[in-house]
Structures are given as C-alpha cells and as structure tokens.
Design a protein around this ligand. Structure first.
Ligand SMILES: [Zn+2]
Length: 318
C-alpha cells in the first residue's frame, strides 16, 4: 500500500511516496518561487507528484491515497485553500486543480496540522490519542490532535497556538497583536534576543561565534556560547527556555495531552532545551500532583512529518 504526500512550503514543493510503514521511498522537489499565479504553482506540484511516483518505480494506479499540507487557512472538507498570505492564494480549489492535472484524488490540510498528524501516527505521538505538536521556527506553529483527530475549530482556523498572548502590551507580533507567544518563543525571536544581548555585552563569546558579524547570528548561537561558559549566552538561553515553557505549560493546562512534542530547528538542542522546560512546567502545571503527567518530547520526523501526515490524512475521512 502506497500513498503520496506533498509539502507545499513558501520556498519548496516536496512530493514523496510513502509506504505502509510510513517510510518515504521516493521524493521529487520543485521551487515554489512565489509570488506566482496559483496555476503555475499547481503545475509544479503536479509535476513533482508524478516524478515522485516515477522515481518509486510504481504506477499512478498503485497510489491508494494522496494529500497536501499547505500553509494558510484551509477548508479540508471542500479541499480549498481559503487564504495563504505568503503564497498570495485566495480560495484556491487545490484538490480539484491537482486532480485535473494528475488524475489523483488529493486530501488537503493545513501544513502545521499535517506535520502534527505525521508525528502523531509515525513519530513522537505514536500510540497516544491526545497529542500536541509545537514547531519553533520562523513562527510558532501548532497542531492539536484530540482523540485521534485533528482539532481546528468550527471554521478550521483554530490551533494557532503561537498567537496566544503571554505578555500583555508585549513585543509586536507579525499577526498584529502584541505579546504573542510566537513573538518570544520562535527562532526569529531567539535570534532577536541573542542580538540584543550581544549589543549589551561586547565581550560575549557570541561575537566570536558569528565572526563579529551580528547578521550571522542563528538560533544556536546562544546555546553554543552557553556551552563555552559564556554568561550572556546562558542568560539568553535561560530567558528563551522560560518563554517556551510558559506557553507549553499553558497548553498542558488547557489540553492535558499525553505527549506534547517540540519540533523545528531549535528542537535539535534535545535535552538542553527539554530538561529545563520540564522543570519549569512541573512547577506550573495545574495537574502537577497527579501521577500521570503530560510528557514533553522532541519531534522525531523533522521535515518528513508534514509529508507523512499529508499522505495519510485520508484515514481521518473513513
Ligand atoms: Zn501573533
């Protein structure tokens, strides 16, 4: 049994054939190259899908189901991208456009939800029923699984965990609100916090780590500096961990998932990130005295989560 998943990102289109054990057996890529008309982007998505099938040595008829994880507000029932600001899409009937081009039936889901679903079936959330995935990237993405199903509210716009406020009148967020979790806990925010600390501490090891060029700061600069014993680096990491942890604790208090997993580039820090978050959360979690606790883990599938999830979205419609 083989399925096809497409991860549509702002930079790349990645299509893969996935087997029944959730292994990716072939992949084809195109550049998203936006802004472009939806028709042109859909042409490349269809080409990548057909090429991925060709690369797997299978035929189109061998593909049992297919799905796309797309940025933006998605209507999964009608399989339409209602609005995706980074792609410039408004009401794009993505599934029917892909069917015209490939003859294959596609399901559609928001990309963060597709990634959460991938981790749920094949990664950090395997074996659970209630699961949350948080992605610390350019923004803070979230996907909520309740009783084995993706939860996104009556209008499919829910699950925006990054846009819950943790500091009233705080930092400006890209969404227009102030003090959103994303404005403190995203990789973008960590880079901003690192640069601010470097400007304050001209003798910090962080300057050497980025060759005295503040534009070379990345999400790991402060972590690397901390490992070298740098106090300014440690202070950036300590504060960042607190920002991530306060949002994790909020989500545990609302949902009490069995597992909450953290993905995105910064999650590669592993226990350096997870252990202090656990400590913080265990002090702040309303259910801290109940013996069964929500576990905090790192995501296991990396960029494959979205594709594996998208390929298997069909299971939610059985
Ligand atoms: Zn926001």
């Amino acid at each position: 049994m083989y399925r096809l998943g497409i991860d549509l990102g702002g930079t790349n289109i990645v299509a893969s054939v996935v087997d029944e054990n959730y292994n990716i057996i072939s992949t084809a890529k195109r550049l998203t190259d936006c802004p472009r008309p939806a028709d042109a982007i859909l042409d490349d998505m269809a080409d990548a899908a057909i090429e991925a099938i060709y690369n797997s040595g299978l035929k189109k008829e061998d593909i049992e189901a297919a799905g796309v994880g797309s940025p933006g507000a998605i209507d999964p029932q009608n399989r339409i991208v209602c609005y995706a600001n980074n792609l410039g899409f408004v009401n794009v009937p993505m599934a029917s456009m892909l069917k015209e081009r490939t003859g294959i039936d596609f399901y559609l889901e928001n990309d963060a939800n597709a990634a959460a679903y991938g981790e749920f079936i094949a990664g950090a959330g395997k074996g659970t029923k209630d699961f949350i995935m948080i992605t610390l990237g350019t923004g803070v993405g979230g996907g909520i699984i309740i009783d084995g199903k993706i939860y996104s509210g009556f209008n499919c716009a829910g699950g925006e965990l990054g846009h819950t406020v943790i500091a009233v009148d705080g930092e400006m967020c890209s969404c227009g609100r102030q003090g959103c979790w994303e404005a403190y806990a995203s990789a973008t925010a960590l880079i901003r916090q690192t640069k601010q600390a470097m400007i304050r501490y001209s003798d910090s090891v962080m300057w050497q780590l980025c060759e005295n060029d503040i534009n070379k700061v990345s999400g790991i600069t402060a972590f690397d500096a901390m490992r070298k014993g740098d106090l300014a680096g440690k202070s950036v990491v300590d504060n960042y961990v607190k920002y991530v942890a306060v949002g994790i604790a909020n989500n545990i208090n609302i949902f009490q998932p069995e597992i909450i997993c953290i993905g995105g580039g910064i999650s590669k820090e592993g226990d350096t990130l997870i252990k202090p978050i656990e400590e913080y959360v265990n002090g702040d979690n309303y259910a801290r005295n109940i013996p069964s606790k929500a576990k905090i883990k790192t995501a296991l599938l990396g960029n494959d989560a979205g594709i594996i999830g998208a390929a298997n979205i069909c299971d939610l419609y059985k």
